[in-house]
Design a protein around this ligand. Structure first.
Ligand code: ADP
Length: 196
């Protein structure tokens, strides 16, 4: 099973991808996590991505496509994967199609988590509070200013992907404002449908 979770920052892609990966024995591929790891490790890619990410902008297509191309070649991706945060632009979507085609495979589903703009900021504020309460480190881009840029990047670059996948008849949209378990149930229902 190969699928994409699509949605604005704070929509719950990471939460759902992690739970779904556990339920189904799939690998969660989060480009955001991979880039944060690269920044932490101080690699060449990390050095290039650091400032852009802090400001809430998008890292270059070339870098993220390279990361994903390399990652899906790993043996653990053979059973399938959940892409969380990739693709984020039309060129990334086209590159992914090409990559999968060259491997003789394709996506099983693209699931969009729909969430009203107004609640995204409060969700991210909550995430910051919870992280601090648990003694963790708050993400450098989890602040009001960077979030505004992340939302703008989402609407300018990523939102058009829903049209792209709708036209390819891959798109399924669910209510990302429902409780976490209910969203998970709806994702499972879609996966059962595409598997049938
Ligand atoms: P969010 O909660 O905003 O969706 P992510 O963890 O998915 O956060 O991504 C964090 C940051 O990493 C993004 O704001 C962007 O700078 C960078 N990033 C992640 N994935 C991509 C991608 N596919 N293309 C470009 N930049 C990306």
């Amino acid at each position: 099973m190969k699928l994409i979770l699509l949605g604005p920052p704070g929509a719950g892609k990471g939460t759902q991808a992690e739970a779904l990966a556990k339920r189904r024995g799939l690998v969660q591929l989060s480009t955001g996590e991979m880039l944060r790891a690269a920044v932490k490790a101080g690699t060449e890619i990390g050095k290039k991505a650091d400032a852009v990410m802090k400001a809430g902008g998008l890292v270059s297509n070339e870098i993220v496509i390279g990361i994903i191309a390399e990652r899906i070649e790993q043996p653990d991706c053979k059973n399938g994967f959940i892409l969380d945060g990739f693709p984020r632009t039309l060129p990334q979507a086209a590159a992914l199609d090409k990559l999968l085609k060259s491997k003789g495979t394709k996506l099983d589903a693209v699931i969009e988590l729909k969430v009203d703009d107004g609640i995204l900021l409060s969700r991210i504020e909550n995430r910051v509070k919870e992280t601090l309460a648990a003694g963790g480190t708050v993400r450098a881009d989890d602040n009001a200013e960077a979030l505004k840029s992340r939302l703008m990047a989402y609407y300018r670059e990523t939102a058009p992907l829903t049209g792209y996948y709708f036209a390819k008849e891959d798109l399924e949209t669910i209510d990302g404002m429902a409780p976490i378990d209910e969203v998970a149930r709806q994702i499972d229902a879609i996966l059962a449908k595409v598997a049938a």
